[in-house]
Structures are given as C-alpha cells and as structure tokens.
Design a protein around this ligand. Sequence first.
Ligand code: SF4
Ligand code: SF4
Length: 585
Amino acid sequence: MKQLLTGNEAITRGAWEAGVRFASAYPGTPSTEILENMTAYKEVYSEWAPNEKVALEAAIGASFAGGRALASMKHVGVNVAADPLFTLSYTGINGGLVLISADDPGLHSSQDEQDNRHYARAAKLGMLEPSDSQESLDMIKLAYELSEKYDTPMMVRMTTRVCHSKSLVEPGERVEVPLVPYVKKDKFNPVPAISKHLHVKVEQRLKDLEEFSNNTPINFIQWGSDRKLGIVCAGAAYQYAQEVYGDSASYLKLGFTFPLPGKKIREFAAEVETLLVIEELDPFMEDAIKAMGIPCTGKDKIPIVGELDPDILRLSLLGQSNPVIEHDDSVVAARPPLLCAGCPHRGFFHEVEKLKNVVVTSDIGCYGLAPKDIAICMGGGFSVAHGAQKVFNMGDTGKRCLGIMGDSTFFHSGMTSMLEAIYNNSNVLLTIVDNRITGMTGHQENPGSGLTLAGEESNVTSVAEVAKALGMKHIKVINPLNLKECADALKWGMGFDEPALIVTRWPCALKRLTAPDIEEFGPRDKKNCVDQDKCIGCRLCIKTGCPALEYYKDEKKVRINPAQCLGCDICTQVCPKNAIAREEN
Ligand code: SF4
Ligand code: SF4
C-alpha cells in the first residue's frame, strides 16, 4: 500500500529494502532524519558517529567486511569526509556503499550553500539525484546495485526540498543480500604503487558509468506539445520546471547526473530549437553541456544564488510575477536570532559581553546565536582563536581571544582544534558550552550524553577529562546559571599566559532530562515572575536576552511569559530591585 513519506524517510526505507547492514552519520540539517528513522529497522545497525569523516570511514570498514553500508551527512559534512572519500573512489567497495549528501540551497540551516555535485566529479564516482520521495526510494536501491556492479562508492545528492517534502511512495520488501566474503585484496591498501593502477581503473569506470547513464531509464525524455523549448533538469528543479512550463516544453529529466549522459543530451538537443538548463545553484550540467559544444542557456537568466521555486523561474525566464498582497511591515517587530528562553549558557554569554578588547571566535552550534565576532565551521572556534591570538600578540593591541564551542562540536572536530592551541603555546581562553546533547540539529545523542542512537546506555565521555588528557593544564568546570561564577571564571582564564579551559556544564533548556541529569542538576520545575510594584522598568533583565522577558512600553514594566520561563534565575541575578522571584503555584 502506498505511503506518504518525506524524501529522507524514503531514503531510509529504500536502504533497508536494499539489504543495508550498517549505517553511520553525524546529524546535520537536512539529512538528520535519515538515521533517526533507521532505528525502526532492526536489521540495520545504525549509529551516530562523532563526525562525518568517521561515519564514512566506519561505513568503508563495513563495506570492506562485506555488508552493504550507508553514510549520511549534510553538504558541509562531505567537506569533513572528503579525505577518505577520494581514496574510497580508488579502492572501490566490497559490499555496496552509498554516501548521501544532503545539500541546502537557500541556506535554510547552513553556513554556505555549496553544490556537492562537484564532489562526484572531483572524486570521480557515480551520482544519482532524486526529485521526489519515490525516486529517493528507488534510486538508493539502484545505487547499491551500481556500487557493486561497477565497484564504486555511489553518491545520492538530496536537497532540503526533496529531503523534507512528502510524496506518495510504493514501499517494497527487504531483500536480504548475503555478506560478500572478505578476501584480502591489494586495492584495500592503496599505497602509491597500487594506487597508480587503481587510477587507471577509475578512469575506465567513468566511461562505463557514462555508458550506463546514456542507457538508463532514470535519464528520460518527456516530449511536450512541441519541440521549440527543450529543458534539461534534475532534482527539485524538474518539479519547478514542470509547474512553470507544463507540457508546452519538452524535458530531458536526469536522475543520473554524474557522469552525464553525453549521447542522450546530444540527441535531445538536436530535436529542440532552444536548449535551456534549469538547475539549482551552480551551472554544473550547463557547463558540461557547453563543454560538449552544445549551445544552451540557463544561468544567464536563472539565479545562481539560493533555492529555486516556480515563482523565481517564472520571473527570471518569462518576466511574469504573481500579484503581491500589500501589508504594513512596520507592525512586524524585528527580532534577532536568540538563545532559547531558559538557555543555561545565557548567563555565561551575558558575562562575556561585558569583556573589553576580547574577540570571540565561535562556530555553528546553537551557541552561535550568542554574540560573537567570528565563526567559520564546526570545530573552528578554538583554532581560529589561536591563529588570531598569535597575530594580535605581534601588535600592541592587547586583544585577547575567547574560543567557544559546544560539547558535540568538541567531539566532532574540536579536540584537534584544542590540541593546536595547547601544542603551539597559545594564550587563548577556550570555553566548551556543554549542554549534554547535540542541540542545534534537534537533540541527537553524542559521546558525552550517555546514550546511543538506539537509546542504549553507553559510556559518558567527560569533556574535562579529554581536555586534560590532551594536555590542558588549567580547567574550570562551572555552573553557567551563576553569573558570579561565570565572571570569576572569565577573569581566572584571562589571567593565564597559556591555554585555559572553562567548561560551562548544564543540560540544554529543551532537553528531556534523563535520570542521571536530574540526579546531577536537579528537576526543572520552577518559574519566575516580576513583582510589578517593585519593577522600575530599567530593562537590565531584558539585556540578558531571554525571550521570556517582555517589556510593556505603556506601563514601563517587564513581565515574564510563564509559558516560556524555566526558572533559571539568570534574570533574578541582574535585577537591581529584587523584583523577580519564584512564581507561587
Ligand atoms: S528565570 Fe528569567 S532568564 Fe530564566 S527563563 Fe525565566 S525569564 Fe528567562
Ligand atoms: S531588571 Fe528588574 S527592575 Fe529592571 S526591568 Fe527587569 S524586572 Fe524590572
């Protein structure tokens, strides 16, 4: 019976139906749900890895041992996994191996909108691009067949719109694929003498894959009512193009987009008057088609920046726009990105803001919503602070650097970033905001949280003990709800001429507390309110940035929204009139 599934759910289902045995990932929007859904399929061992490189390496191990394996990540995660990926392309596989790259055109939740189709070309491996959930399910199954037939890792490139949109899917049954016996092979050990030969095989494999691409029905021509306009498209762009042109245009719909089907593209181009390439982000297909000597248009009209939609296509290609509903935007209050109400780490950031001549380098976790000066990528908070501090020290700036990252980020790629500062005698102050979960992507467990993806109890890795083992001599673990403790710790840390670490340890405001959390931090069962008689409207509490605090202009008073308050007491500590107190039940 048909089911309504998101693209991510369909990928999970398809991988299960394909007989996958092992799946590993690091969470990241829009890919996170692929592994979250996998826990429902007990035949697949599924896990969170500390980072994407490790996830792919573990999947490589599973594949070489003979099982079908999956590694899943968002687009920037593939940057982290690129090192093993390029070598994997040379070694090939044993059990089929598929890498999901979930790209984010429009930066719904990312720091850039890179187009990961370039990875398939750079690493020289086959790539599939589904347009909806049914294709997601079908293509991942096909990807495993191709992986084993052509001895290649296969990449399936998803985008946010395909990952999160729902469409009807016809699910099938799981096929139990026997383990491929492990036999020691030279290709698994790619030293230079072996890799020279492997490269020759990779080049031949690309030719074989192009042959497949020319003949597969997932690259198909859909003739319209006439042949004046022929559109080459893939992924979500296929849906948008059809919405704009309907059957007034003809389509070459590509599902296998690397290597591109050169012969099929030539045949299609010869039949149409004008060839238009509609694709999101880079002119990946357009450039390749032009390089074949085939005239076409595309990015000269269609934006290269951002996610496409039918309205953008209509405007850029046909000059047509939809009527706009007039509204008074002066009534819409501007609201900067904020930490959650009751975020326990807000207290620490409140004290950080008071520091003078300090440059804060952070990265892309939820703590990136707090004030910061520089943020580059996961795990970069410490190493960027180190590099900046070295140069600040060369001048007479007196500037100090404060590097910040979360617990999951520390386990992801922050440990080497910390090691950089320790090894190279930095005088940076580092902080790990340990909220006991991977917050930004929606509360996935990590090596410090004590549970696996499947909810089984596991080892709790202590941030402070890891830092000590790395060689950090000065470590202070603090309660970030206590503003004085935060201020004292900052003063303490800035007093060293060598690296020092503050760990602010308290569970995320949105975390469902586990029994060990309650034992260590106590229950979360309080709310605060403002005594309206005592409040003088000074708004010092508002400056903490907690969205539960609301200022009423007419009354010149603050109130606390009880639906949001978690009783963390950070506002209580800044009120000069003791106007904030526990709400009586
Ligand atoms: S106690 Fe104050 S700072 Fe904490 S959640 Fe409530 S209103 Fe916000
Ligand atoms: S800090 Fe206290 S007195 Fe000032 S606005 Fe807030 S509640 Fe009122």
